[in-house]
Structure formats: C-alpha cells, structure tokens
Design a protein around this ligand. Sequence first.
Ligand SMILES: [Fe+2]
Ligand SMILES: [Fe+2]
Length: 271
Amino acid sequence: MGAWTLDDIPWDRLDRSKVDPEILRIVKAASLVEQNGGDYAHYLCNVFHDDPGFQEVARHWGDEEIQHGQALGRWAELADPGFDHAKASERFTAGFRVDLDARKSVRGSRSGELIARCIVETGTSSYYSALGEAVQEPVLKAICKHIAGDELRHYKLFYTHLKRYLEREQIGFWRRLKVAAGRVAESEDDELAYAYYAANETAAPYQRKRFNNAYVRRAYRVYRAHHVERGMAMIFKAVGLTPNGRLSRFASRLAWWIMRRRMASLERAAA
Ligand SMILES: [Fe+2]
Ligand SMILES: [Fe+2]
C-alpha cells in the first residue's frame, strides 16, 4: 500500500455543516471510478505480460487507486448516511466494465499505453489538487491532499517507465500527441458519466450526455487557472514538448478559456 492508509484520515473531524451537496455528488462518482484501479492493473499486467518489474508496479498502483475509492466512499457515507458505497459500486460495475482480456495495448504500443496513463494521472492530480483547495470540509480536504500526492507520484512513475519504453519503441511525436489527445477526449466517454449516474440516480434511465454534463458542470467549478496550467505542462512533458514554454502557456490559457465557456453554457442550461 502507499504512503498512507485509511487510518491516517482524521474521520472524527468530519463537519457536516461544511459538506457541499454539489461536491458530495461528484465525490460519490469519483469514489466509484477509483475502484476500477484493480481492473486497470489487471489489464496493464496483460499488456506488459513479459515485464514482471512493471507488473509489480502496476499491481501496487492499482491497490492505491482502490484505496482512493475506499477513502472517498467512506467520506461520502459519513457525509450522507443514505449513501451505500458498496451498492453504488455494484450498480456501476453492472453497467460499466473495463475490457480485461486485451493482450495488446488499445493505444497501439506500450509507450502509447504509458502516455495514456500519464494523461489520466495528470487529470486526477489536477482534479484532486483543485478539489482539495476548493472544499471547506476538513476531512475531505485531508483525503484530497493525500490522493493528489499519490496521483502526482503515479504520473512520475508512469513517466519513468515511458522513457524506458520510448528507447525501445521510438514512437514519433505525432503518434504520442495522437494518443494523448485521444485519451483527453475519452474523458467524455461513459466512465465518469456512468459513475455519476450510478452514484446519484436510481430512477431515471442512463443518458451519457445528460450525466456527463451533470458531472462536468460540478467538477469544472473547482478548477482555477493555475491547475490547468500545471496540468498542461504535465501533458506537454508526456508528449515530448517543453513543459513550461510559451506554447504550453498558450495552450493552457486556451484550455482554461474553453473550460470556462463550457461551464457558463452548462450553468445557463441548468438554470
Ligand atoms: Fe486515484
Ligand atoms: Fe493515480
């Protein structure tokens, strides 16, 4: 397990008066997605079937992701006694499943797989940093701080292995960029939207666009420009570009503008 356990969380400091019901909804969704870490670790062990060193790293990483789900799930249950994390997890896995049997990376190469992992860890590291800074409730703040630290470490871990595989596979810049852009676009796929649905809705039928928008509208609220800037630098590094140059700063300002525009339009639609 990682540098912390569930016992390190100051559960007795929970302050229900500081629980934001909108944040509670996205935390419930995140608690389900994190639980998929075990399945992704299994998939990575298949893809890297002849690399036992990396397989061990992947299994350890998967355990840490599962712990993120447990911490967030337990917090959500304490904040909302009506929430049952185990039941919501069952609903989620019944409707969304990672393809466990792939023997080759869906990204076309192992380097591509590691770039995709770097993108995911960039997203989670930025997200939990932003969430931890935005929330008032002290226990959730402490959990986010622990998780954000893990996610940044995960990024560094996958990046280290990416450099090792790039020496062998030598995939070009455009290929790296394509994988990264593809993985960023996938954040609009079913995983988050279905987790939001499984965690928060029991009556209405699932609709990807509706629940993706519901998730995004609440999640984007916690970001500030500096989170996007740091995330963009991490993406640039993963695809082989200068992380803190002019191009990266321009791309982060553009991404920030797009995010704010989208959020404003979602807020208008929800009003
Ligand atoms: Fe995580
Ligand atoms: Fe992670």
